[in-house]
Write a protein that binds this ligand. Structure first.
Ligand SMILES: Nc1ncnc2c1ncn2[C@@H]1O[C@H](COP(=O)(O)OP(=O)(O)O)[C@@H](O)[C@H]1O
Ligand SMILES: [Mg+2]
Length: 299
């Protein structure tokens, strides 16, 4: 009898010691497949009229049956980040990839993801994206206080709170325009000093945590000192998180919600989320479910 070929599952990662990256590798191996760690920054592409092939850092062809993206890695050059996503696109033409390049890009883009959320009739805070100082000042004037975020940001970095009462709001905005060109300005949602991170795989919300902000901080990200606390899943949380995941086209996601005075609002969807916080707080290993859903596609 010919033994069945061992499945090889690529894991795009940059830090093998990262909890989520290591958990993907462990769960792939527990399923009897071989995990193939790949750093997208180290891949090369060879093209000719006859073929298009992708090779790894040792110039060996990337030989995988499926690919899970833990993280794409940081790139400061536009061409490098574009090449990484195009490598994922090329691999998508050949094998199943989770999440797809389109889903990760939709989710990472805080403007375009909000367009998708709005179309899907999901509740979002009022948001103004502009390169015009007057437009920015009018929005902040109408809302009282606002949060300015990078369009492509993560981990609560680069987030600034502005209030119409500040005497130097105009010069602060000018400084930000100089740095970023265009500003993503969102009404500040008064909240109980925490947000909700929900983990979704496929059509199911697996669990959620509150992330309690450090005293005096407007961001609740764990990397900014936020503390993970278990959060019970309600029907509303489940439904919003699953619909938001679907809106960006993701197979799995970490969805951020905030408890506004009039109900839950969606802040963002993360297409390459960390599974560590929810594992610490609730004992749930989301990577196990992601790997299982990939195998369900393959077999
Ligand atoms: N409109 C808002 N009102 C109040 N707090 C906000 C708002 N937007 C973001 N925050 C806080 O900032 C954190 C980071 O914002 P988020 O949009 O999730 O960006 P990031 O990609 O950096 O995580 C949120 O988890 C929340 O605590
Ligand atoms: Mg977030």
């Amino acid at each position: 009898m010919v033994p069945e070929k061992e499945l090889k599952i690529g894991v795009a990662l940059t830090q093998p010691e990262d909890w989520t990256a290591a958990a993907f590798v462990k769960n792939i191996e527990r399923s009897g497949a071989q995990a193939v760690p790949l750093n997208l920054a180290q891949l090369s592409a060879s093209l000719s009229s006859a073929s298009c092939s992708v090779s790894d850092a040792r110039s060996q062809p990337v030989d995988i049956d499926a690919l899970i993206i833990r993280d794409v890695g940081i790139s400061f050059a536009l061409e490098q980040i574009s090449f990484k996503f195009d490598l994922i696109r090329q691999l998508e033409a050949v094998v199943p990839v989770m999440n797809t390049s389109a889903a990760i890009q939709n989710a990472a883009n805080k403007f375009y993801s909000f367009v998708l959320f709005q179309r899907a009739q999901l509740p979002i805070p009022r948001t103004q994206v502009t390169a015009e100082l007057n437009v920015a000042l009018n929005a902040i004037g109408a809302w009282g206080s606002a949060i300015v975020k990078p369009i492509f940001g993560s981990q609560g970095k680069g987030i600034v709170m502005l209030s119409e009462e500040e005497p130097n709001v105009s010069s602060n905005l000018e400084g930000l325009f100089k740095e970023r060109g265009v500003l993503y300005i969102q009404e500040f949602v008064p909240n109980p000093g925490r947000d909700i991170r929900v983990f979704v795989v496929g059509e199911e919300a697996l669990g959620a945590i509150y992330r309690v902000s450090l005293q005096g901080s407007v961001v609740s990200n764990l990397s900014q000192g936020g503390r993970p606390v278990p959060c019970a899943l309600t029907g509303e949380i489940r439904s919003l998180a699953v619909r938001a995941t679907k809106a960006v086209g993701a197979d799995f996601a970490g969805v951020d919600l905030i408890e506004g005075e009039d109900g839950l609002l969606l802040l963002e969807v993360n297409g390459t989320p960390s599974g560590r916080g929810i594992n610490q707080a609730c004992g749930i290993d989301v990577t196990e479910r992601i790997v299982a859903s990939l195998f369900a596609q393959l077999l």
